[in-house]
Design a protein around this ligand. Sequence first.
Ligand SMILES: [Zn+2]
Length: 345
Amino acid sequence: MEKVRTRFAPSPTGYMHIGNLRTALYEYLVAKKDDGTFILRIEDTDQERLVEGAVDLIYSTLKECGLEHDEGPDIGGDYGSYVQSERMASGIYKEYAEKLIELGGAHYCFCSEDDIHHQKEEAEAKGVSFKYNDPCHNMTLEEARQRIANGEKYVVRQNIPLTGTTSFEDEVYGHIEVENSILDESILLKSDGFPTYNFANIIDDHMMNITHVVRGNEYLSSTPKYNLVYQTFGWNIPKYIHLPPVMKDEHHKLSKRNGDASFQDLVAKGYLPAAILNYIALLGWSPETEQEIYSLDELKKSLLCGAHQQVAGDLRYRKTDMDERHVYPQYGIGTVPSAGAAASA
Ligand SMILES: [Zn+2]
């Protein structure tokens, strides 16, 4: 059997949000359940959002939670660099985008913002949903290369077949199938030469031999699109484990941008890392037993992909449970009892 390799790929943007930590935990457990490798990759290509010291915070949070990685920027490994900006500097994304164009999976696009805006307005006027119909799709490679040689700005867009369907099996949601006609021809490489988030992910995951990808279910509908890229390259598609969102209340997802609960906030309130981790494991996963407290070792043994539930992990409803958990010395799990913790949580 192929050795399981998973990766946690956070952006260093300030602090460890609970949803992110859950992704890290699941990536870790999926790898460790089968004696696999857990990798840390830093996705720092969105330079505007970078926060100083944020990478150190990622290291320290993983360490405090016991989610120690086997390969990463700080310890190296055979698949480096583990820092996206360094990978970017080596030119790999542009190289692969060009290769994909040659294989017929993408094309150069020279459209201006105005061209796109114009089509958007037309769609709005007609009351139909907008999907950019790119006139560059049918341009010959020869013509495109000539325009680039003339100094024109371009992006690289994915080619999507107009007919047929694309499907995959998700470990949580089961069979997912979408009509190709509803998928848009997204940008893979921007005009500044930077890859888009999803394209960089595909390339990095392939180059690092990632076998399982854990991520939020907001990617469920676009995953078929990215699978088309894997197929065009003839690469193995990883197994997907899409997780329901961690909710703040019935209608709102926990969001890092809105300053919602982070790992650091909970630690500051007196919760022990192991208690936080235990609580996070049970967001979106219901074991078929009455057991409520799991050590990391027990989670490794009991967390099976198929047992994940398609329910949103609701932070609000479970908060009370967590407040009541004080100390479980047998597992080293618990909160440091403090008056402030219960009152302000
Ligand atoms: Zn175009």
